[in-house]
Design a protein around this ligand. Structure first.
Ligand code: ADP
Length: 169
């Protein structure tokens, strides 16, 4: 019997973008199952709650794709990966600026648990400049992010910022 190849794809996913979806879709060609892990720090502020972020991932990818599972954790990543019986972490790489941080993170995780490997996929060229932070910044100022995020995420961003602006009036 061959073992199921499971990878954990961790991130803040605040919110999920087409760049994330590209990595998930391509990751599924290498792994039998991908766990999108909403990794959060309870002391950090986010635009979407953990539940909202998980719900958006479910609606835009996991709903039609049983190989994608969703979970959340605020603990040590390698502990989570070990606990669920996986040994791979999937990450996406955009510009050179990602590289430095991802290198540090991968080395730290390897030091913490040598059984776990990090696998990187280069971003699709359309998503080179797509980050959740930039998306939020543009959307907060009323800029259109259509085409960079799924339509549902676009709608949720518009609603969120309407509420935020409403509060500031
Ligand atoms: P962000 O950096 O957009 O806030 P996350 O913290 O959710 O995203 O990132 C989770 C993982 O997804 C990281 O490995 C990150 O490099 C990757 N990722 C995010 N956006 C993209 C993209 N546009 N193309 C490829 N990988 C991406």
């Amino acid at each position: 019997m061959t073992m199921k190849k499971i990878a954990v794809y961790p991130g803040s996913f605040d919110p999920i973008t087409n760049g994330h979806i590209d990595i998930i879709t391509r990751g599924l060609r290498m792994f039998d199952e991908l766990i999108c892990l909403v990794a959060y720090n309870p002391n950090k502020t986010s635009l979407f709650t953990v539940e909202e972020r998980m719900e958006l991932i479910r609606a835009v990818v996991a709903k039609d794709c049983p190989q994608v599972k969703i979970d959340c954790s605020s603990g040590l990543l390698v502990d989570y990966v070990h606990k669920i019986g996986a040994n791979c972490v999937l990450r996406g790489l955009r510009a050179l600026s990602d590289f430095e941080y991802e290198f540090q993170l991968a080395l730290m995780n390897r030091r913490l648990n040598r059984e776990i490997e990090t696998v990187f996929l280069m971003t699709g060229y359309q998503w080179f400049y797509t980050s959740s932070n930039l998306i939020k910044e543009a959307a907060s100022l009323g800029g259109s992010v259509q085409g960079l995020v799924p339509d549902l995420v676009n709608e949720r961003l518009i609603e969120k910022f309407k509420k935020v602006q409403g509060k500031n009036l």
